[in-house]
Design a protein around this ligand. Structure first.
Ligand code: ADE
Length: 241
């Protein structure tokens, strides 16, 4: 069974529409939707925004449904000139940009006591996400449609909606991250703690600068639909990830 976690209903909408044989179950105050997408068994949940919500949902999903892999799907702010609105970013690694025990001798983002700073996504999941994008782009090319532009790299998560050039430049210079969001690294940490494979795929909704709140409102749905499309193809094409 594959687990899918989104922060917001809007990010889950398209995935939920693709699910068949649906059954809902409540756990930890969250609704887990079990069903199938193209014969792959799936459990999907909207966790709410932020790292604590994401961690609660991930642990509950693992405890109750034992998924062999969890995907975090949704939108992100761009930290890179390479990533424009609706482009896709696949996380190779994730970091919590707001974890700061530097005054105790840790590196920025380092989880105190563990020495760990980056959480590495499962290479097989990253590979199959890339393959899914290739399949979509072949289809789009054949249909004469605009293809998806995607980049792989570091995603930085924190309990902040990034909306200033100053904060953006701190995250890029400190962590070399391509995109920022508010859940991925927490989901990654919980998956690593439980030995569960994970991947994070996000589409860009805004540029994480002074215009981000306006762009987010305008482009969130279109971006969310792009990342959901990749997940649908990922699930239908990859029997093993
Ligand atoms: N998710 C989408 N855009 C974001 C931003 N600018 N900051 C944090 N999370 C986001």
């Amino acid at each position: 069974m594959k687990g899918i976690i989104c922060a917001m209903d809007l990010e889950m909408k398209k995935i939920r529409e693709d699910m068949k044989n649906v059954k809902e179950e409540k756990c930890a105050g969250l609704t887990f939707v079990c069903g199938t997408i193209d014969d792959t068994e799936v459990v999907a949940a909207v966790c709410g925004v932020g790292k604590v919500n994401a961690a609660i949902c991930t642990q509950a999903m693992i405890d109750r449904f034992s998924p062999d892999c969890i995907l975090n799907v949704g939108v992100a702010g761009s930290l890179s000139k390479e990533l424009n609105i609706t482009d896709i970013v696949i996380a190779g690694m994730l970091v919590q940009h707001d974890f700061d025990c530097t005054s105790l001798g840790c590196r920025p983002g380092e989880i105190y006591g563990s020495g760990q700073k980056f959480f590495i996504a499962a290479p097989s999941v990253v590979l199959n996400l890339r393959k899914a994008i290739d399949i979509i782009n072949d289809r789009r090319e054949n249909a004469g449609e605009k293809t998806l532009h995607s980049v792989e790299g570091i995603i930085a998560s924190g309990d902040q909606f990034i909306s200033s050039a100053e904060k953006k430049s701190f995250i890029t210079s400190e962590f070399d991250a391509l995109a920022c969001e508010m859940e991925g690294a927490a989901i990654a940490q919980v998956c690593v703690a439980n030995g569960v494979k994970f991947g994070v795929i996000r589409a860009i909704s805004d540029s994480a600068d002074e215009s981000s709140h306006m762009d987010f409102g305008e482009f969130c749905r279109k971006a969310a639909d792009n990342s959901a499309e990749v997940v649908k193809v990922f699930l239908s094409e990859s029997s093993e990830s």
